[in-house]
Design a binder for this molecule. Structure first.
Ligand SMILES: [Zn+2]
Ligand SMILES: [Zn+2]
Length: 150
């Protein structure tokens, strides 16, 4: 039995997921591959090791949160597992909101989407809207008779 985790618009979710997937495919050939070559396949935060099929759970985090900033020496990259990556970004969001305070994070909400770098990129890019022309211009234009007509 499965229940929806969040009442988000499924169409938008599907769209995001599709774009994320495409985006990921491109990026996979880029810095992630490089990062995986540079670093041991271990989460820099929790220390779990990833190999084989599970390697895809290991993601590249940008230390300065600028995903355009990809120095080839890997100085801006950090390999984080999905959970720690999610956590890292939430922590940062909270830190931004409550600057100077200790942000409490007792509970980490389970989410379908994690605010990964790719998602940030997506949200910054306005969608090119697909225009749907169904050509329904066949509405009968019946005017009521003018009562003041002599
Ligand atoms: Zn981790
Ligand atoms: Zn990140």
């Amino acid at each position: 039995m499965k229940k929806p985790a969040a009442p988000a618009d499924p169409a938008r979710q599907a769209q995001l997921r599709r774009e994320l997937e495409r985006d990921r495919a491109v990026r996979l050939k880029g810095y992630r591959e490089q990062a995986l070559k540079l670093f041991p396949h271990v989460c820099a935060s929790c220390g779990r090791a990833f190999e084989g099929d599970r390697l895809r759970e290991l993601t590249v985090h940008h230390r300065d949160h600028d995903y355009h900033h990809n120095p080839p020496d890997g100085s801006n990259w950090e390999l984080l597992c999905l959970y720690c990556h999610d956590h890292e970004h939430e922590k940062n969001l909270l830190a931004g909101h409550f600057e100077g305070r200790t942000a409490k994070q007792d509970e980490l909400k389970p989410s379908i989407f994690s605010p990964f770098d790719q998602l940030d990129a997506l949200l910054k890019q306005p969608d090119t809207e697909a225009r749907t022309d169904d050509g329904s211009a066949a509405s009968p234009d019946t005017k009521p008779p003018d009562p003041r007509a002599s």
